[in-house]
Design a protein around this ligand. Sequence first.
Ligand SMILES: NC(=O)c1ccc[n+]([C@@H]2O[C@H](COP(=O)([O-])OP(=O)(O)OC[C@H]3O[C@@H](n4cnc5c(N)ncnc54)[C@H](OP(=O)(O)O)[C@@H]3O)[C@@H](O)[C@H]2O)c1
Length: 349
Amino acid sequence: MTRSTNSGQFEVAPDGVDPRLIPQRTLYTGATMPAIGFGTFGSDHVSPAEMAEAVRGALEVGYRHFDCAAVYGNEAEIGQVFEEAFRRGLRREELWVTSKLWNDKHGEEDVIPACLQSIRDLRVGYLDLYLIHWPFPNAHPPGCDVHSRAPNARPYIHENYMKTWRQLEKLVRMGVVRHIGTSNMTIPKLRLLLRDAEIKPAANEMELHPHFQQPELFRFVCANGILPIGYCPIGSPHRPERDRTPEDTVDIEDPVIVRIAERLGVHPAVVCVKWAVQRGQVPIPMSTKRSHYLANLRGVVSEPLTEEEMQAIAAIDRNCRLIKGQVFLWKEDQSWEDLWDVNGEITPP
Ligand SMILES: NC(=O)c1ccc[n+]([C@@H]2O[C@H](COP(=O)([O-])OP(=O)(O)OC[C@H]3O[C@@H](n4cnc5c(N)ncnc54)[C@H](OP(=O)(O)O)[C@@H]3O)[C@@H](O)[C@H]2O)c1
């Protein structure tokens, strides 16, 4: 049971984790972010009401960092949960809330209204972090299949991306967003952004799990003062059908992960989360089950993995990208690799 005390403090459940014990990461601005967040993408099968319920439970067990996005279609429901928590004594500054600009709102006149809508829906007054969700203005309908393409799909055009970025910079100057950042970027795209940005990206959200460690991009963002936020930290076992291919590997079945989980007496998912935090990225695992999301949070405040275990996990990278992004391609007969600049240069139009 959680309850408000007379002093109006929002209390953590007795079996939860004191948020003060959760490790923090420092951004280049000096602000700190909890080193684990709670993902809120329902993968097309968790309803907005169920996700809001999970967020309520996550707040009660001690999560203070939430990864949201307009396209997840649940910000209004999650916002009601935040509002209720504020009424029960949670202070806004105790929370870290991220949201993201969807691909159909890259137009200069669309960015600020889209962000203000997310802030209104989430009922948070301001965002701690606002990301451009994908570097392509190519949207797809919710729940679509892998062959779906936006009618006006376009490649990455840096000039256009910078127009969108300038609007994000305005949001910082307006005081409604504390930090801005990127998601699903590559090194060549980030190089251009770092060259041209007036306000540097503070974080880059990227797919990161034991079978997809992206060492080069990870090192690049860290070296440039950009915090890596790792999505699908458990290997997204319940991801949508469109994000599955026969070649995909399963992190939580890897013998190295399973062996460590057995030693610790935890689910392999918890090992993935512990590894992520110890490596230095900020994982944002999602779960709808209290025992699961509590175990993930406890994992980051309990006995660390040994140096040998960290090295053993470093050695199981399979370069297995799960979220390949086919629906964001801009031409027929393209391969999903074209989205990821695998040759080190931005894929030509
Ligand atoms: N920026 C981007 O483009 C982008 C892309 C994808 C995702 N994301 C963000 O990253 C978040 C996480 O990604 P994800 O949800 O796809 O994958 P994930 O966090 O790797 O995996 C989530 C799945 O793992 C299961 N799980 C979690 N903890 C568990 C535990 N302790 N034991 C057993 N099972 C456990 C959950 O099932 P149960 O509900 O049964 O526990 C859930 O279905 C998303 O929610 C979203 O916020 C961002």
